[in-house]
Design a protein around this ligand. Structure first.
Ligand code: NAP
Length: 263
């Protein structure tokens, strides 16, 4: 199986790294086309993949063409790759760009649209993806293997869930980073040295997420286990409820979803 990456930036590199780590393909099965000579040299040196500065040439013998450029470069890439051969699969990880627009722009029907998120760059991402009705089962299996190299993946038959997943998991990484930043500042505010606050917050977030995953209990049940009657935790929770923490989180996700739909 031959894979061509159009764009070898942060996400293209994350996919290559994951694909090699999970042995989905070998370096000699992958080619990257990128306008940046620096990126081409780096990817060739670091991962042993071949590189080109010609999108059409890179894609011509590929079974899978991964689009990993920024959305503003899609038009140029579509012009370069117009009408791939029928046996090829085009997989886009670009934010926005519906399946029908991708089919129209590339004059192709076997197309997958994926919404990964930033932790994919360390193999801990979550990718929600969908495919056109014309995409074969074999091509869907290939997509699953390649996207699985970025972390977890979920296939959805209905494309409408991709904008929702972008609002939750794509943009969501930023909400979590903001929460972690503010949480550390709160530790400093009550007097903890910053490096200790950083360590305590990070492990609290990681440990709490793992507890939800491993203990198979509803998050509310886990929260109740930490909240003693009349104790410290309930004092803090009262302040969060007073600040309408849940309401603002729901409003934030809804705003991101609205924006994703308008893009
Ligand atoms: N980064 C994330 O966390 C993340 C998460 C989810 C989805 N995505 C999506 O993933 C896509 C890629 O993001 P990224 O962060 O990997 O971007 P990136 O680091 O900017 O990588 C894109 C690469 O493509 C190159 N390029 C630009 N125009 C090109 C062209 N016409 N042909 C070939 N290569 C070209 C760029 O070179 P120059 O820099 O020289 O222009 C750059 O090396 C985006 O569409 C984004 O929406 C990203």
């Amino acid at each position: 199986m031959k894979i061509a990456f159009i764009g070898g930036g942060a996400m293209g590199e994350a996919m290559i790294r994951g694909i090699l780590a999970k042995k989905v393909a070998l370096p000699q099965d992958m080619v990257v086309s990128d306008v940046s000579a620096v990126r081409r040299e780096w990817l060739n040196k670091e991962y042993g993949v071949s590189t080109l500065d010609d999108n059409r040439k890179a894609a011509e013998n590929a079974d899978l063409i991964v689009l990993a450029v920024k959305p503003q470069n899609l038009r140029q890439v579509a012009d370069d790759l117009k009408s791939p051969s029928p046996g090829q699969l085009v997989l886009s990880i670009l934010a926005g760009g519906t399946l029908s627009n991708l089919c129209r722009d590339f004059n192709h029907s076997s197309v997958v649209r994926a919404a990964p998120n930033m932790p994919a760059q360390i193999g801990q991402g979550i990718t929600v993806w969908s495919a056109t009705a014309e995409t074969s089962d074999e091509h869907k299996e290939l997509s699953q293997a390649v996207l699985g190299a970025l972390g977890k993946e979920i296939y959805v038959a209905d494309e409408k869930y991709l904008d929702m997943a972008t609002a939750l998991g794509g943009s969501g990484a930023a909400y979590v980073f903001l929460f972690i930043e503010a949480f550390i500042d709160a530790g400093v505010h009550v007097g903890l040295p910053r490096h200790i606050a950083h360590e305590v917050v990070l492990q609290t977030v990681i440990g709490s997420a793992c507890s939800v995953e491993k203990m198979a209990k509803h998050p509310a049940e886990l929260k109740n286990m930490v909240t003693s009657p009349g104790g410290t935790t309930t004092e803090a929770l009262l302040q969060l409820e007073k600040g309408a923490f849940r309401y603002h989180l729901i409003e934030a996700v809804a705003a991101a979803h609205g924006k994703a739909q308008r893009l």
